[in-house]
Design a protein around this ligand. Structure first.
Ligand SMILES: Nc1ncnc2c1ncn2[C@@H]1O[C@H](COP(=O)(O)OP(=O)(O)O)[C@@H](O)[C@H]1O
Ligand SMILES: [Mg+2]
Length: 328
C-alpha cells in the first residue's frame, strides 16, 4: 500500500469532473463541437471498497476511468487521490502516484505486449520504479501464485495462455506495484461465461487480502451487483443514480436504472412469465455531442413530464441513495 493518508477520508474523491473530446473539422482542424463523454461527475471510493459503474456502451464509463488515471485530459473538476488533486500535480509527482493507481482493460490480449514474456510483463513496473529486492524471478513467481497461475510459466508468452489466464496476467501486472486503487474496465466482458466467475472471485479475494479499492466498470448489471458495495448508474456522461448496491437493486428510483434492471434476464421470476411488466428502453442513446435539453434521459423516458425537457434535475437524496430525476 502506497497511500499513507488517514484511513477515515475516502481514498478517491472526484468532484465535478468533465472530460470532453473536441470534434475537429476542415483543413484548419477547427473545433466545431465537443463529445461530452464525462459531464460533471462526482463520486468517492473508500479504502477496500468497490464502486460499480454501470451504463450502456458509449455512456462515458471508460473515459471516466481513463481520466482518473491521467490517460484522458480532464477539462475541469478535481480528482483527489490520497488527499492530493491529481489535476494539479507535476509530472514527477504524478508518476509517483501512478504506482498506486492501476487499470485492467477488457481485452486481456491486446493489453499484453505479444513480444514480451510473462516475467518481463509482470515485473516491468517493478524494474521501472527500482523496486526489485532479491531476483526478478522471485517477484514474478510470487505474483503468479497470487493470481493462481503456475509459477513455472513465467518464461512463456501471452499467446500461450487462455483468455482467463491472460486476464490473470494483467491482474498480476496491476498488482505488482501494490496499488491502492484498480480501475477494472469491463475486466470479464471478453471472457467466456464459465471463466468470468473465477476471475471475479480472484478480484474479490485480492481486494480482501490487500484492502484494495476498485472502480468496477461494466455494462452488465448482474456482474456489478455481485461485486460492488456501492454503485453509480451513468447515462450520457452523467451519473443518474448512486448508492449502496442492495438499495439500488431492490429499490431503483431512476427510470433508466429500472429499465437496466428489467433488462437482466430472470428466468424463474413471475415477471418473466408475464412479460407485460417489463420496462423496455426505447431507441438509442442520443449523441453525447448534442445531449438533449433538461434531463438528458427525457427522450427515452416513459415517465417524462414537461419539466424534464426544460430543466436538468438536481440530486435528491434519501440516506446514502441519490437520484437525479424530477419524479422525486
Ligand atoms: N478519444 C476519443 N475521442 C473522441 N471521442 C471519444 C474518445 N473516446 C471516447 N469517445 C466518445 O466518448 C463517448 C464515451 O465513450 P466511452 O467512455 O468509451 O464509453 P463506454 O466506456 O461507456 O462505452 C462515446 O461517444 C465515444 O465515442
Ligand atoms: Mg468502455
Amino acid at each position: 500500500m502506497n497511500c499513507k493518508q488517514p484511513k477515515k477520508s475516502p481514498l478517491l474523491e472526484v468532484c465535478d469532473l468533465q472530460t470532453w473530446f473536441p470534434i475537429k473539422r476542415g483543413i484548419m482542424a477547427r473545433t466545431v463541437g465537443y463529445v461530452r463523454a464525462v459531464d460533471i461527475v462526482s463520486l468517492h471510493i473508500n479504502r477496500g471498497e468497490t464502486l460499480g459503474l454501470v451504463g450502456e456502451s458509449g455512456c462515458g464509463k471508460s473515459t471516466l476511468g481513463r481520466t482518473l488515471l491521467g490517460l484522458e485530459k480532464a477539462r475541469r473538476g478535481k480528482i483527489l487521490f490520497c488527499g492530493k488533486n491529481l489535476l494539479e500535480l507535476n509530472r514527477r509527482e504524478l508518476r509517483e502516484i501512478r504506482k498506486s493507481m492501476q487499470i485492467i482493460f477488457q481485452d486481456p490480449l491486446t493489453a499484453l505486449n505479444p513480444k514480451m514474456n510473462i516475467i518481463d510483463i509482470i515485473t516491468e513496473g517493478l524494474v521501472e520504479f527500482r523496486l526489485i529486492q532479491g531476483t526478478r524471478e522471485d517477484h514474478a513467481k510470487r505474483l503468479m501464485n497470487e493470481v493462481g497461475l503456475d509459477e513455472e510459466a513465467i518464461y512463456r508468452y501471452p499467446h500461450e495462455f487462455s483468455g482467463g489466464q491472460r486476464q490473470r496476467i494483467n491482474i498480476a501486472r496491476a498488482l505488482s506495484l501494490r496499488p491502492d486503487l484498480i480501475v477494472c474496465d469491463e475486466p470479464v466482458s471478453a471472457l467466456d461465461v464459465s471463466v468470468q466467475a473465477q476471475v471475479i472471485n480472484l478480484l474479490m479475494d485480492l481486494r480482501d487480502r490487500y484492502n484494495l479499492s476498485y472502480l468496477f466498470i461494466s455494462h452488465n448489471l448482474s456482474v456489478v451487483s455481485n461485486i460492488a458495495h456501492r454503485m453509480a448508474v451513468m447515462y450520457l456522461g452523467k451519473i443518474v443514480e448512486y448508492g449502496p448496491t442492495g438499495d439500488i437493486i431492490k429499490n431503483p428510483m431512476h427510470p433508466y436504472t429500472k429499465a437496466l434492471i428489467n433488462a437482466v434476464p430472470k428466468p424463474d421470476s413471475e415477471e418473466a412469465k408475464h412479460k407485460s411488466k417489463r420496462i423496455i428502453l426505447n431507441g438509442e442513446m442520443p449523441s453525447p455531442s448534442t445531449p438533449p435539453s433538461g434531463c438528458t434521459f427525457h427522450t427515452r423516458c416513459m415517465e417524462a413530464m414537461n419539466i424534464c425537457r426544460e430543466k436538468a434535475p438536481q440530486e435528491v437524496k434519501s440516506g446514502k441513495h441519490g437520484v437525479w430525476c424530477h419524479l422525486y
